[in-house]
Design a binder for this molecule. Structure first.
Ligand SMILES: O=C(CO)[C@@H](O)[C@H](O)[C@H](O)[C@H](O)COP(=O)(O)O
Ligand SMILES: [Zn+2]
Length: 187
């Protein structure tokens, strides 16, 4: 396969996934409503995931705290993927599985929305973070793909991308993340 073939294949696969997202639009709008209500009522958005999904969590938290497109006040969102002292101490003392759940225990309130990104839906630390958020009574959102994995049965809102290909799932996640930010800061 030539480089151009490889690129064409990725672009075509990407396009097919984005087209197939259409049935998810009502659920994406429902998640945006939940986020808007949370922020209007003094809650905050917590986000986490591994690898590319850690980057997605940070990216979306930055859009919410800073701005997506519109001038407005800063809104509270925290990516639980950024503090290396917390990640290394909790990882070292309790285990990598607990790097998110421990922070959820410390920071989450019932007024919050907790968003777990996992393309497989099965990353143990993401699953445990979501389970802790449920215990606390926060609204939980899964950003996943494929079958949705374990997260699909755990969360109040489940956005499962219509592919099992990790990069294509992540590309759809970031489109949805941006769209959620757009709706969160709409009048
Ligand atoms: O970005 C990528 C692959 O595109 C990787 O860094 C990927 O996020 C990592 O392998 C993650 O550990 C995968 O975890 P998950 O999405 O299954 O929860
Ligand atoms: Zn990636």
């Amino acid at each position: 396969m030539t480089a151009i073939d490889t690129l064409k294949q990725a672009f075509n696969e990407h396009q097919a996934v984005i087209t197939a997202l259409e049935p998810l639009l009502p659920e994406i709008a429902a998640v945006a409503d939940v986020m808007r209500n949370c922020l209007a009522n003094g809650g905050k958005i917590l986000l986490f995931g591994n690898g590319g999904s850690a980057a997605d969590s940070q990216h979306i938290a930055a859009e919410i705290v800073g701005r997506y497109k519109k001038e407005r006040r800063g809104l509270p969102a925290i990516a639980l993927t950024t503090d290396t002292s917390i990640l290394t101490s909790v990882g070292n003392d309790y285990g990598f599985d607990f790097i998110f759940s421990r922070q959820v225990e410390a920071l989450c309130t019932p007024a919050d929305v907790v968003i777990g990104f996992s393309t497989s839906g099965n990353s143990r630390n993401v699953v445990l973070g979501i389970e802790k958020a449920r215990e606390i009574g926060a609204i939980t959102v899964a950003m996943t793909g494929g079958t949705g994995g374990k997260l699909a049965n755990l969360c109040d809102h489940v956005l499962t991308m219509p592919t099992s290909d990790t990069p294509r799932i992540q590309e759809a996640h970031i489109l949805i993340g941006h769209s959620l930010c757009d709706l969160v800061e709409a009048d």
